[in-house]
Design a protein around this ligand. Structure first.
Ligand code: BTN
Length: 332
């Protein structure tokens, strides 16, 4: 068997931990090396062209040249946070929600997360499609088996919106706002959407599992957005400059924040943040009636209640609570 050199061993460890820092001491302990030998190997690897960042008091981090998805990197980052969840990455898939449904149907009872570089049939809410071109977005889905009623499950969507918002803030420093129920906006353009699908057991009608699909537009698509999305869809990095390891860090951060809110004792703890990030409260909206015959309805948004319902007042003065559906802003 070929003996691996110290340099190769250090590189393998950095690759395993890519996206997070690992101290020289930790490398030395794990590989039974002296600190001096670690330092020498790092210098040699940098000399070979590897982009290894060295930060005082943090340690070393390997930056991959592309923003490519890696299950090993995401797993290591989650481990760092004390989370252990199977991760699978696909180059190309119809829809990560559909694939996770197939995984769930095969009988897995564990939480699971998958992501893909590209979706051929990315799905949005209300039967719409979600444009998912290669490498320019994060297309991910989470499988959970919550012990909730279906009403509780609808709260999951709002919770996910806050988790995604927190993850984006932590990883990129960008503040996005939330358009009820589950769209994330930056500069009045939609940069992320969430599709929550709940499945019930045929035997007793109880909730068996939920798949939460999240799509985040990161860079401008290579062929631009299709005509129908121009002016409404946006990206987090319009310059197109690729951020190293961004998708792995974002993938792990979304799981981390989702887990934080999902396991919180108070399941509505996220709601204050949701309200604070809402771009609808205090604006006039058109309420989508999904009917060709019903007249248009306009309303003023007065707030969001603890069940994540939109509190509105119609022009007639009548108050209402919306627990689903869509509204579009007429005037901020
Ligand atoms: C929406 O904006 O209406 C929801 C969009 C959800 C898109 C994500 S991308 C990953 C997952 N797989 C899908 O097919 N859809 C969700």
């Amino acid at each position: 068997m070929k003996k691996t050199s110290t340099r190769e061993q250090v590189l393998a460890l950095l690759e395993e931990n890519s996206c997070s820092y690992i101290s020289g001491q930790e490398i030395a302990d794990k590989l039974y090396l002296t600190r001096a030998a670690v330092w020498k190997a790092i210098k040699a690897l940098q000399g070979d062209g590897h982009d290894i960042e060295a930060v005082t008091n943090k340690g070393y981090r390997l930056n991959t040249p592309h923003d490519s998805l890696s299950a090993a990197a995401v797993t290591a980052m989650l481990k760092h946070e004390g989370l252990n969840m199977p991760i699978k990455i696909y180059k190309e898939i119809d829809s990560t929600n559909d694939e996770l449904r197939r995984i769930a149907d095969s009988g897995t009872s564990v939480e699971f997360a998958i992501a893909a570089d590209k979706q051929l049939n990315g799905r949005g809410r209300r039967g719409r499609s979600f444009y998912s071109p290669v490498d320019t977005g994060l297309y991910m889905s989470l499988l959970i088996h919550p012990d909730l009623t279906l009403t509780g499950a609808t709260l999951l969507t709002g919770m996910t919106a806050v988790a995604v918002m927190d993850a984006i803030k932590e990883v990129t420093g960008i503040d996005v706002s939330i358009k009820w129920v589950n769209d994330l906006y930056l500069n009045r353009l939609k940069v992320a959407g969430i599709l929550t699908e709940a499945f019930t057991s045929i035997e007793d009608g109880s909730l068996s599992h939920v798949i939460v699909g999240i799509g985040i537009n990161l860079y401008p698509p290579h062929k631009d957005f299709p005509k129908e999305l121009k002016g409404t869809a946006g990206v987090l990095f319009p310059s197109g400059t690729v951020e190293k390891n961004l998708r792995n860090r974002l993938f792990a951060a979304v799981i981390k924040y989702f887990h934080k809110y999902y396991t919180a004792e108070d399941k509505s703890a996220f709601i204050e943040k949701y309200r604070a990030a809402s771009c609808l409260i205090g604006s006039y909206v058109k309420v989508n009636t999904y009917s060709a015959t019903e007249p248009q309805k306009y309303a003023y948004v007065t707030g969001i209640d603890d069940k994540c319902r939109l509190m509105i007042r119609y022009e007639t003065g009548e108050n209402d609570l919306l627990s689903g559906g869509e509204v579009s802003v007429v005037k901020y």
